[in-house]
Every structure is written in C-alpha cells, then in structure tokens.
Design a protein around this ligand. Structure first.
Ligand code: DQA
Length: 147
C-alpha cells in the first residue's frame, strides 16, 4: 500500500505562518510524524509540497496512476481549482482532502471546495492531526481496494 501526502501553496510556511490559525508545527514536523506512522503500518509514504498549481496536478496524476492513495491539503487551490478536481477524477484516485484549520468556521470563500465531491471524505479543523486522521482513514480503504 502506498500513500502520497500532497501539499499545496504556502504550506511550506507551516509553523511560522499565522500560528494562531495553523499552529507551530512545521511541514517537516508533519512529515516526521507521518513517516513514523507509515513505518508502523508498513505503508510506502511519499510526502511532497509545491506552490505551483500545475505541479500539484502532476503530483496527483503520478499518485493516481500508480494506484497510490492521496492525502491532499491543496491550500487555497482547494477553493479555486477545477484542474485539481479533474486530476483526481481523471485518474480515479482514492483521495482524502485535509485542512489544518476548520475552513467552515472561517471566511465564506473557504467554505467551498472544488475537490471535495471527488474525494472519499474531508477532514479539517484538527490542526496538523488532520493529516494523521486522514492517514489512518485511507490505509484500510486502500487495503480494501487492493483486496
Ligand atoms: C488550509 C485552508 C485554506 O483555506 C488555506 O488557503 C490554506 C490552508 C488549511 O490547511 O487549513 O492555505 O488548506
């Protein structure tokens, strides 16, 4: 079982960016936590970040075509990008959308996600633990899909 954790724009600033909203853990810290979980679960983990929409499309395609599960925090592209949605749909990727913050408790423009309808589910509002919850959720779904 393989899981790709994909991060979009500004998530490279996690830990220093708006700490009241996003907390103090860095993206490298998130990666360390997930690596430990992946080793324990026997999962092959790929962890990536980009600030470019097209690169995120390519990351999704690579994961989807390889049959890997996707945990994706697309940042602001969540609310703007039809291309990300089409990449998930077009590769029939098993994906979970995650957000550190509770997007529904924030500005109206963060309430809509283009990706959510093509994801299995959405996890938001649990800080960086949103990633852990998504990882725990996707592993059995992938095992079931491969069985
Ligand atoms: C975010 C929420 C988005 O609305 C925002 O644009 C981000 C981060 C989150 O993890 O809470 O960049 O995806």
């Amino acid at each position: 079982v393989a899981v790709h954790v994909l991060n979009g724009p500004n998530l490279n600033l996690l830990g220093t960016r708006e700490p009241a909203t996003y907390g103090a853990v860095t993206l490298a810290g998130v990666e360390e936590r997930l690596k430990a979980k992946a080793v324990a679960a026997g999962v092959e983990l790929t962890f990536r970040q980009t600030n470019y929409e097209g690169e995120l499309v390519s990351f999704i395609q690579q994961a989807g075509l390889a049959g890997a599960g996707i945990v994706i925090n697309a940042g602001a592209y969540t609310h703007t990008s039809v291309a990300l949605r089409d990449a998930i749909k077009g590769t029939e990727a098993l994906a979970i959308e995650v957000h550190v913050s509770n997007v529904h408790a924030r500005e109206e423009f963060r309430h809509h996600s283009y990706m959510a309808p093509v994801c299995v589910g959405v996890i938001c509002g649990f800080g960086v633990a949103s990633y852990d919850l998504a990882f725990d959720a996707i592993v059995p779904l992938l095992q079931k899909r491969l069985a």
